[in-house]
Design a protein around this ligand. Sequence first.
Ligand code: AMP
Ligand code: FE
Ligand code: FE
Ligand code: ZN
Length: 274
Amino acid sequence: MRADLHLHSTASDGELAPGEVMRRAAAGGLTLVALTDHDSASGVPEAREAAAALDLTVLPGTELSSTREGREIHILGYGIDPDHPAIRRRGAVARERRRERMSAMVGNLSEQGLELSLAEVELAAGRAGLSMLGRPHLARALVAAGHVVTVEEAFDRWIGDRHPAFVPTDLGSPEEAVATIRDAGGVAVWAHPPSDLLSTCLDGLVDAGLQGVEAYRANWSPGRCRRVARAARGRGLCTTGGSDWHGPAKGGRLGDFWLPEERIADLLDRLGRG
Ligand code: AMP
Ligand code: FE
Ligand code: FE
Ligand code: ZN
């Protein structure tokens, strides 16, 4: 087994459509993947259809944004029912809130002398009106408008956390995100936990129903992965991992990072796939 359980598509802020992500996953040698778009599972049907024609299993997933004291906490949901009302409702609210928040960031940028319209951001996201607008779309729109040269420059100068034009998303607490995932029949996993928050917040999230921690990530050192995995296993939680791939521009080739079965055996057990 070669697994990558953290992938994004155009259903949120990824560069490629869900079907194309699946084709590249299979071409890169992956055999089990999860599509985990921000605040949405709307790409799952297309991913499933594409995977059916490939030697590839796809787990339905999502990655819910939440905040704690101004910090972003992302909760992955594996094995959710993408059509569950809790997920659909959450998607509708997120789409609306993200649009308002994007409008506020566009306003902040214009105060800094960077003229841009919300329509240009929606164009960068495709699917106007249906898009789950995120900062990567704003970054691409800033590049297209010539205000910055690269997406990285957009984050580093303007829209990265705590930068002049940044506005946090306001989608509730991590406990609420965990509850939504559990309601929808999923396994709730803390994505890319920052080290300081891992020690202060993990036990509270476990009490709220958290079942796993993302411990294996492409850009983490083996030591960091081991420490996070130990914190998870010490509390009886499962471990997961993935590339957090958003497309070829920044993420390179899909399949270069993968996990063997033993890293995710506990998750597969919980999903009834062990
Ligand atoms: P949002 O959910 O709109 O706050 O956007 C968060 C997303 O922005 C993350 O999931 C990444 O895809 C992307 N992101 C965050 N920080 C950076 C960065 N420094 N450079 C490039 N992309 C980033
Ligand atoms: Fe993202
Ligand atoms: Fe994330
Ligand atoms: Zn992600």
